[in-house]
Design a protein around this ligand. Structure first.
Ligand code: UGA
Length: 433
């Protein structure tokens, strides 16, 4: 099919490349000329495993082109809107400026029978509003809402082999078009839920709200574990064996961050309040509070371990991204911890395999090094806040020889406390005795 993808960020660039990989003829559109230039040269503007490969195959085959001119989308039968919906500055709701702008810009270019497909995460009710606008300004086209569940770090696989497809549609025709787009996944037996606009919009935010709640639940348990001498990791293993609960997303630590979970739970709360049912999801405020408290707990543990003051102490912060296998530092708990320790007077040196450039752009006041060895050298305290493979694999004996004082805060509960203590370390996790 002929497809356009409007917005070429984490979501759109992967979606466009994956659609071309599936054999469709795709044009990616973005207002950012630099991003388009990089993508056209098959250089992803961000780190995502597997993306460089499918991006170069697709651009070389001629099935994937990029443009800053929305008129280049005019040929497409299906238009995916994949622009960002960040948190409103100074508020909690989602900022729909980019969705509205992309939609309005597209209207004059819609061919007969074209399908506009929303992928962006939006407050419930947005699709109905856009459908009404479409009926008035471009009645030859129709609208579907088709939320995306990809995870950064696994985005290519999640797009090519999604675990489910959700179509929010107003007609069977729209669903049939989406079936053609996702033929490969459908033939592979991927479950599909066909529903109305509102449900499709809510599926997305409720999935992220559930995941955020699961993480904050285990982090709350880790606070109880700290106060009672219990071990939250063993607790998670034990409750996780119950198939109704499941072990995934029960890792206690410095908490969730990124461009999705934090802003989505806030936008969900704001939207529920607008709808007059704020109480229904008022617990998400608590989920947010628990999550933000984890960052403070890591800082408190750090200061305590340093004997009550971080001033002039050399602290090696391992990780700045919000999770491993990503260069994304949006609302990153790791970077937040580094910045706050610096604010307390510590000599912070932060390191990360992929995130330094983005971190430096936001927080140039921090010292960074790409070398783990250099970060560790002479450290009075090591704080592990993003569980990159290389940090999990650190050898406690060799690492002890690099630092000035063998003290570590394991902000992701990924190291073996016994092995680190045996190598002479003062080890502290979250909710681990
Ligand atoms: C999340 C969802 O998982 C995706 O399904 C969704 O499509 C995406 O948001 C989105 O809305 O676009 P992502 O932001 O890539 O994906 O990251 P996650 O893998 O969900 O991790 C989020 C945060 O939770 C990370 O900071 C991670 O370190 C943290 N986390 C995760 C924990 O602290 N504990 C856990 O057990 C799991």
């Amino acid at each position: 099919m002929r497809i356009s993808v409007i917005g070429c960020g984490y979501l759109g660039a992967v979606h466009a490349s994956a659609m071309a990989e599936l054999g469709h003829d795709v044009v990616g559109i973005d207002v950012d000329a630099r991003k388009i230039e990089q993508l056209a040269a098959a250089r992803p503007p961000f780190f995502e495993p597997g993306l460089p490969e499918i991006l170069s195959t697709a651009t070389e085959s001629g099935r994937l082109r990029f443009s800053t001119d929305i008129a280049d989308a005019a040929d497409a039968e299906v238009h995916f809107i994949a622009v960002g919906t960040p948190q409103t500055p100074g508020g909690h709701s989602a900022d729909l400026t980019y969705v509205n702008a992309a939609f309005e810009a597209l209207l004059p270019h819609l061919a007969d029978g074209a399908l506009v497909v929303g992928k962006s995460t939006v407050p419930v009710g947005t699709a109905a509003r856009l459908a009404a606008r479409l009926a008035e300004a471009a009645p030859q086209a129709s609208l579907a809402w088709n939320p995306e569940f990809l995870r950064e770090g696994f985005a290519v696989k999640d797009t090519l082999e999604p675990d489910r497809l959700v179509y929010g549609v107003a007609s069977d025709d729209a669903a049939a078009i989406l079936d053609q787009v996702y033929r490969a996944a459908i033939e592979a037996g991927t479950p599909k839920v066909v529903t109305d606009y509102a449900t499709a919009e809510l599926v997305k935010v409720s999935a992220n709200a559930f995941l955020a709640t699961k993480i904050s639940f285990i982090n709350a348990m880790s606070e109880i574990a700290d106060a009672s001498g219990a071990d939250v990791t063993a607790l998670a293993d034990a409750i996780g064996h119950d198939a109704r609960i499941g072990r995934r997303f029960l890792n206690a630590g410095v908490g969730f961050g990124g461009g999705c979970l934090p802003k989505d739970i806030r936008a969900f709360t704001a939207r529920a309040e607008e709808l007059g049912v704020g109480e229904s999801v008022a617990f998400l405020k608590e989920v947010d509070q628990i999550n933000l408290r984890q960052r403070q707990r890591v800082i408190d543990h750090a200061v305590q371990t340093l004997g009550g003051s971080a001033y002039r102490q050399r602290v090696a912060v391992l990780g700045v991204t919000f999770k491993p296998d990503s260069d994304d530092v949006r609302d990153s708990p790791a970077l937040d911890v580094a910045v706050q320790l610096k604010g307390l007077g510590a000599d912070v040196i932060a390191t990360d395999p992929e995130g330094i450039e983005n971190a430096r752009a936001r927080h140039p006041q921090l010292d960074y090094t790409s070398s783990t060895d250099e970060a560790l050298h002479g450290a009075d305290l090591v704080v592990l806040v993003t569980e990159w493979r290389e940090y999990r694999a650190l050898d406690p004996v060799a690492t002890a020889a690099r630092v000035a004082n063998p003290r570590i805060i394991d902000g992701r509960n990924v190291l073996d406390p016994a092995a680190w203590r045996a190598a002479g370390w003062e080890y502290r996790g979250l909710g681990r005795p």
